[in-house]
Design a protein around this ligand. Structure first.
Ligand code: GAP
Length: 462
């Protein structure tokens, strides 16, 4: 089972402190979200899982953390200033502002307004998605010399550091650079909770390869990501591949395969249930070429007269110099978090006929690993023992102490936020120095000695 729709996750998130509407006390700010106490833990655990898998467990990836605001030339030569736009249309009837490429068409091929159903729409015009800002205390808002952008992808920060990383790490092809960071896009139609927002976070790898290896390694990355996504607890039946058609490909891409997640299971038409979780692109040698000072166009003019560096690679085996091809797996933190929560969502009916929510998160992603609960909060020895156990666990795992309700209510609360283990300290614990460990997914209980508790939990969380 997974969540029946995104709304279920919106409501759980707000109720329990995963995600809140941003700027709420001032009426909100369309499609902006803040990550609360549990949401920030879950997002950090996803990012940690990815960094471990992508950087530490492989031998061919280095990490990077580049700036959000870059020299404007980066966006000029990457092509973003001229091509990073969506086709904007206005509905003449209801005045909605829409992305034409996301609209359905009628039998005559006319685009239909998703707000009111009218086909009375304006012709499309390109709307650049980059957020603009100005640099420097003295600059006027419209001073073109001070114009800068908030990055719409982390990727460009990697390309322009290719030589720095290559020279300092002494890497040979194939190798990659990984980065996690915020990206900003002035989306025309943000929405569906954290699925499409104007501020979001990406986890990107730019993997530099010889041109003749690109197809094989592209496939390897695809297979690797499918496995990693499943390792997050996302079931295979809720993911599928989508090969982008030639007219969908970005200007730099020779081939892009998207991995889709079933974000909209409530939709009647099966093909409308899916949307993009991530993409894996073959960007060819486009990026390193356009940021290099040497390449020339057909008339012998430098394509980039502003760059001071050549980002080619010298292959010591073949004595050849060339611009490496790039395979780019790019995945959003926020879309991953949403898919993880949707897939983990289950409901169970108690003997009394009550419906309980259980968030069956993979243990390493769970915001809280263990909740220590005293059975009698008016008994100081029990409270003291429970607090001590929490303190002992905390250095090795996220643990909490909670005495704010009856035991049934406390269990239900922890199930709903995905805590894999509840540890109950009772009267007997004072005698036998043991506690009851309750398992989230089965509700089974075991008696475990306090001395072996940390090792017992660590084994099961690994
Ligand atoms: N560097 C390549 C690149 O940025 P993209 O397909 O535009 O490619 C990659 O973005 C991923 O970033 C997407 O698959 C998605 O997970 C995430 N993403 C993109 N736009 C987003 C948005 N407005 N809100 C949330 N996540 C977004």
């Amino acid at each position: 089972m997974s969540a029946p729709n995104i709304e279920t996750i919106v409501s759980l998130s707000k109720r329990r402190g995963f995600v809140f509407p941003a700027s709420d006390i001032y009426g909100g700010l369309g499609s902006s979200w803040d990550y609360g106490p549990l949401g920030v833990e879950l997002a950090n655990n996803i990012k940690r899982s990815w960094w471990n898998w992508a950087v530490y467990e492989r031998d061919d990836i280095e990490g990077l953390d580049s700036s959000i605001i870059l020299n404007r030339s980066v966006w000029k030569y990457s092509g973003h200033e001229t091509t990073f736009s969506d086709p904007l249309v206005d509905c003449r009837d209801c005045k909605a502002r829409l992305r034409q490429d996301k609209l359905d068409t009628d039998d005559a091929g006319k685009f239909i307004c998703s707000n009111c159903g009218s086909t009375n729409l304006t012709a499309p015009r390109p709307f650049n998605l980059m957020f603009r800002t100005t640099i420097g205390a003295v600059s006027a808002d419209d001073d073109p010399a001070a114009l800068a952008y908030l990055r719409p992808e982390t990727a460009q920060g990697i390309f322009i550091n290719f030589k720095n990383v290559l020279d300092t790490s002494r890497r040979k092809l194939p190798f990659g650079i990984a980065q996690i960071g915020k990206a900003f896009r002035n989306e025309v139609t943000p929405g569906n909770f954290i699925f499409r927002t104007r501020e979001f976070e990406q986890m990107e790898i730019e993997y530099f390869v010889r041109p003749d290896e690109v197809q094989r390694l592209h496939q390897e990355w695809l297979d690797a990501y499918l496995e990693w996504i499943k390792s997050l607890g996302i079931s295979a039946e809720n993911i599928k591949l989508y090969e982008q058609s030639a007219d969908e490909l970005a200007h730099y891409s020779e081939r892009t395969v998207d991995i889709l997640y079933r974000y909209f299971p409530e939709r009647e038409q099966e093909e409308k249930q899916w949307d993009e979780l991530m993409g894996i692109a073959n960007r060819t040698d486009y990026d390193l070429r356009v940021h290099s000072k040497k390449p020339e166009d057909a008339e012998g003019k430098r394509i980039n007269p502003d760059s001071t560096e050549d980002l080619s690679y010298f292959d010591p085996q073949t004595n050849e110099r060339f611009y490496p091809y790039i395979i780019e797996p790019s995945i959003g933190v926020n879309r991953t978090l949403l898919a993880v929560m949707m897939d983990a969502y289950t409901e169970r009916t108690t003997d009394k006929g009550e419906t309980r929510v259980i968030l069956k998160l993979a243990p390493d992603l769970a915001p809280i690993k263990a909740a220590v609960l005293p059975l009698a909060k008016n008994k100081p020895e029990i409270v003291e023992m429970a607090r001590r156990i929490k303190k002992d666990l905390q250095p090795s795992m996220r643990a909490v102490y909670d005495d704010t309700g009856g035991i049934g209510k406390l269990y239900a609360r922890q199930d709903e936020i995905g805590t894999p283990f509840c540890i109950t300290v009772d009267h007997e614990s004072l005698e036998d120095n043991a506690v009851t460990v309750r398992h989230r997914d089965t509700w089974e209980q075991e008696r475990i000695s306090v001395d072996s508790l940390r090792g017992y939990l660590a084994d099961r969380l690994a």
